[in-house]
Design a protein around this ligand. Sequence first.
Ligand code: FES
Length: 567
Amino acid sequence: MADKAKRGISRGLTNYGDPAFSLYLRRSFAKSMGYSSEMLDRPVVGIADSKSGFNNCHRHFPELIEALKRGVLGAGGLPLEFPTVSLGEVFLSPTSMMFRNLMSIDVEEMIRAQPMDAVVLLGGCDKTVPAQLMGAASADLPAVQLVAGPMMPTSFQGERLGACTDCRRFWALHRAGKVSSAEIDTIEGNLATTAGTCAVMGTASTMASIAEALGMALPGTAAIPAVHADRLRAAEATGARAVELAKNPLRPSQIITAKSVENALRVLLAIGGSTNAIIHLTAIAGRAAVHVDLRRLNELSDSTPVLVDLKPTGQYYMSDLYAAGGLGAVLRELKPLLHLDCLTVAGITLGERLEREPPWVDRAVVKPLSEPLSKMGGLVALFGSLAPNGAILKRSAADPQLFEREGRAVVFTSLDDLAARVDDPALDVTADDFLVLQNAGPKSGYAMPEAGYLPIPAKLARAGVKDMVRISDARMSGTAYGTIVLHVSPEAAAGGPLALVKNGDRIRISVQRRQLELLVSAEELARRKSAWRPPVGMPARGYAQLYMQHVLQAEHGCDFDFLRKTD
Ligand code: FES
């Protein structure tokens, strides 16, 4: 009984003061679900299911769970799924980012509280994979990530469309008066047409790639389209592998290490991945006591070329990356830059994995290391008097003509102020100005929404202006593009220098020197600081209060201070 009590359905007994009674009662209630004694003696694989009626990206999870269970049962385990918080990106207010940490707590605690020997994390939409990996890293039970897989692009009037880069492109055309209301209604029904996550290298696809690069997902699974039969086979294989992990534990703490996090950063840079992924990877690493340093990011960025030609920076979709060889093709190119001794959930090292895979690659989509799309990585961190603790620019999605310049600040003090004034014909703005948005960071009351993609003021958009320097403490959708400086830290709502910028101030950006400077004297800034007041008070109760009290700045992954691992 003592040995049995340590595994399967016998783990972590409910405390009635009599362990034998607790086990008897649990097995009795489990049998009410029709399980035999033989099944209840098997290793248990939990399936953390983030399906929800508010999450279009996960609508195929019932089919994936069926395949996962097939894999678990075939390998001698007992699969038991359990629901967790789900975060459907476009269904949450003020933003899904506010609830990522809540989901991570749910995942961590339900893994820990329920009797399972290993867990499969089934997620996909932007914040779900980071939340699951954060929770699993903290629980440190053997875990495998299975992602939803990307949507398929559609063919529409002779054009390929896919969420969500094309969503933004058409909306910008609509704002500029080039796409009518009737046309935008038709396009609305054709942007996202299958199950799965956004079809481009947005945050979901980036996090799927990072999960595989970290070693937390089975090799070759990140890019399989949601509706492809290979994804069901990947689910079956994931279930089977989880049973092996239950029998011979390999824990997240053995997989998420300083070296594997650096591999994941290399991959993030090489795929031209989402800026959000920097925050999420920092948070995941923080749960394993691994620190992501933005200055190290710059070093890696300088030595990691962009290899993948996917939207929003390139031309292809995730399903094309899968057909081109998947993430394995990217990892093979990056091999000289990677730590090959990192363990993966497959039970082999990254190096062993790459030795075993066939060398197929479609060079239209994945470029060779010797002839990259760009010699340097897609992301860069900027520092300076406007961002003492850093800011992020996705240079691969930006206009290099705007990289070295000085401009006049046109300031919006909040998202509401932006919405009210950006299209005002009387707005004093030119194409050479820098648009500055304050109070959209983690503690702003808006919970750092994806609002950094400030719209080009309507009068400039109609005049043909496509890009401007835009600066904020907000985030940006991974599917967006432009010369957009994000995650400025400390944020305005915490009293950072961003809060002190006024209309007409001069700002200098130098991507080459990694600088972002507010050209205002220290005396004047001190004067403004003494008059500064926080824009929002403490929420009266509940999760909003917990969030506001404990959320950290972007360079710490916006995790809660009490959730990070400190040793
Ligand atoms: Fe779910 Fe884009 S809305 S990944």
